[in-house]
Ligand binder design. Structure first.
Ligand code: PHE
Length: 340
């Protein structure tokens, strides 16, 4: 019986080595280790052995079975590996072929200007505020010292959602919203970039455009503070050689009010075609916050003063990049957008 076991072991080993596929191995497994397999047959005959022989042969049979089992396992693993290698070799991927290139997007020029402006104002100690684009008549007009019958409302005719709800015509409502949020704390020092809407549509006006509002309130704020902040902004945005000019103007929510121009980047201020021979280009409206507006916002105009400004982002971008038609910003022409 001992010899029989050794023979089975040897035969199984030899056949295993020759086997080249998983099917063959399976067949061998059945042949040697299966229920009706050769090893099992031998074990069946154990009953005829003497009581002394039985444990010895039993032990040997177990050893043979264990050894064969692990041989089978090894062989299966080896064949699987070979099959995998063959599969990989059969695959013909040419890794030297050029890959698919994806068109890379870029930031819209208006986004670039807004981001740059934010960084400049953050550097000057401002915080970023926000307000809704769908605004109440109260914040858009009333609390900015523009009562219902005020003639200056004509300048900013807009899209009415209901008699009391409008698409905001400017970012100035955020002035009052911010004051209500922060009162009575000073200093207030915020800018608010955002979309605004007006009933205009031509080469220099779009029904939707962007503004950046600025508001500063503190004890003793003066017009010279406004000039200093705006000069610092303009020189960082357009270049250190730029100057600003302040002209009297009118807004119901500032008193006094001023329009601010930047010196022309092409002629340097002497006058040329692109600045209409004036040497200056208008970029924003501004002024000292009207006492009524401070009161609407919850501040005491006998204690604090402030300045505010509102600039057109499209206008800044047109000047910065030399763009002559505002509609280009919104037509989504890839040839235009790719340049930024
Ligand atoms: N809101 C004004 C406009 O849209 C600009 C402005 C803002 C003027 C703040 C003065 C102060 O025309």
């Amino acid at each position: 019986m001992k010899e029989q076991l050794e023979k089975i072991k040897l035969e199984a080993k030899c056949s295993l080595e020759k086997a080249t596929s998983l099917e063959e191995i399976n067949e061998l497994k059945v042949r040697f280790l299966g229920k009706k397999g050769e090893l099992t047959q031998v074990l069946r005959g154990m009953g005829q052995l003497s009581p002394e022989e039985r444990p010895l042969i039993g032990q040997l049979a177990n050893e043979v079975r264990d050894e064969l089992n692990s041989l089978f396992q090894e062989r299966v693993a080896a064949i699987k590996k070979i099959e995998q290698e063959q599969k990989l070799q059969a695959e013909t991927i040419d890794i030297t072929l050029p890959g698919k290139t994806f068109a890379r997007g870029s930031n819209h020029p208006l986004t670039l200007v807004i981001e740059e402006a934010k960084q400049i104002f953050i550097g000057l100690g401002f915080e970023i505020a926000e307000g809704p684009e769908i605004e109440t008549d109260y914040y858009n007009f009333e609390a900015l010292n523009l009562p219902k019958d005020h003639p200056a409302r004509d300048m900013q005719d807009t899209f009415y959602i209901s008699p009391d709800i409008v698409l905001r015509t400017h970012t100035s409502p955020v002035q009052v919203r911010t004051m209500e949020r922060l009162k009575p704390a000073v200093p207030v020092k915020i800018i608010c970039p955002g979309k605004v809407y007006r009933k205009d549509d031509d080469a220099t006006h779009s029904p939707m455009f962007h503004q950046i509002e600025g508001l500063v309130i503190d004890k003793g704020i003066r017009m010279s503070d406004l000039k200093g902040i705006l000069l610092a902004f303009v020189q960082q945005m357009f270049g250190p050689d730029r100057r600003i000019r302040i002209r009297p103007s009118y807004f119901p929510f500032t008193e006094p009010s001023a329009e601010v121009d930047v010196s022309c980047g092409i002629c340097g201020g002497s006058g040329c075609k692109s600045c209409g021979n004036t040497g200056w280009l208008e970029i924003l409206g501004s002024g000292m916050v009207h006492p009524n507006v401070l009161r609407y916002g919850g501040y005491d105009p006998t204690q604090v003063t402030g300045f505010a400004f509102g600039m057109g982002v499209e206008r800044i971008a047109m000047l910065k990049y030399g763009i002559n038609d505002m509609r280009l910003f919104f037509e989504n022409d890839i040839r235009f957008l790719q340049q930024f």
